[in-house]
Design a binder for this molecule. Sequence first.
Ligand code: 9WN
Length: 419
Amino acid sequence: MSQPLYDRAVEILARNDLGYYTVPTHGLYPFQWNWDSALSALGQSYVNEARAWTEIETLFVHQWPDGMVPHIIFHKEDDGYFPGPAVWDTGRAVPTSGITQPPVTGFAVRKLYERARDQPMARARAQTLLPKIHAWHDWFFATRDPERTGLVAIIHPWESGRDNSADWNAALSRVPTEDLDTSHRRDILHANPSHRPTNEQYQRYFWLVKHFRSLGWDTARLHDGSPFRVVDPGFNAILLRSCSDLAWLAKELGETEIAATAKTQAEKGLAAMDGLWSALHQQYLCYDRVLDAPIPCLTVGGLLPIFAGISPERSTQIAARLSALAERTTFMIPSHDPNTPEYDGERYWLGPTWLIVNYMIADGLTRDGHIDIAARIVTDSMKLIVESGFSEYYDPMTGAPCGGPHFTWTAAMVIEFLK
Ligand code: 9WN
């Protein structure tokens, strides 16, 4: 293990730690983000186990009564980020956004539990979190899968965690812009505008927020009321992996009812996931629920299902697709296929490499026995850190650091890779 890299990663976690939650990076993202916290807790667990549990518990303190866990928790005022609490206006005592993010906590909590040095503490804290995570999963299947297909839809690009992915372009083009004023954007004051979404995309992001606000943040109405409804294989893979891991954990803790329901959710979803497979593209594709049609876009969202536990046949196909990408990429894994016209190596989710995605895909590859390509992904991830520091994301060809610096979940993933 490289001690200097480990020490630097620990320093970054400490720098962004506000006691009971961690900001992704100061300046650009001054609040608590949902999947950032869950993934960051993994790295944190090697440094300070109790603090890692707190990170996830804080998220669930702000769970909505209907089960949703919001994508941002605005613990303190900070006008460095837009849209802030006044725009969301969700009416919560501690303000939060009104949409969610990839539910990776089931996976993270199982990991924390399995690797716990303090077993009694882990058992007690997992026991408390278990029904809360399960309620969040149930909320997904109840509100985001009204036709009970087994897969859930996102209603805003921000929910995917892959904000400006080309996967959303067609669906987002149905969202009006109505000349909403983007002069309040703060992200482009902290990061290079050419690494960020466009103003037009931001107008559509804002429109959706305003629209959901006009529906009173009644999360039972938002799916059908949204012009943007997309089934993302990446998002669903994370949810289904969390359901499987929650089923495992529930069994371990003697919660047989939760174990049975979570297992059924995972199995049903995995069976439905196969419907998103494209033989032509040799990967999974997003599905537009409004148009009732697949979205033929080659993004990393279609490779992430390897994290969920797919069939050996599909797993081998994804491993082959990744190996083909590796032949034409310097630093795996590009978030968008470099051989396509939409690819932009520095613009956020249109091409850049993200360590959290590398981690989840490497985890699935390793579990399924695709050791060589998993090793390549881990080696590339560490090279990026050595050459370019702990950035938000990286150009997959040049390795240039992009987005915000001193990034929490990047540091957490480095600790995961080193351990
Ligand atoms: C909107 C915090 C978040 C990540 C997302 C990433 C980016 C936010 C933004 O930053 O999104 O949620 O304002 O750009 O796309 O995955 O959770 O790190």
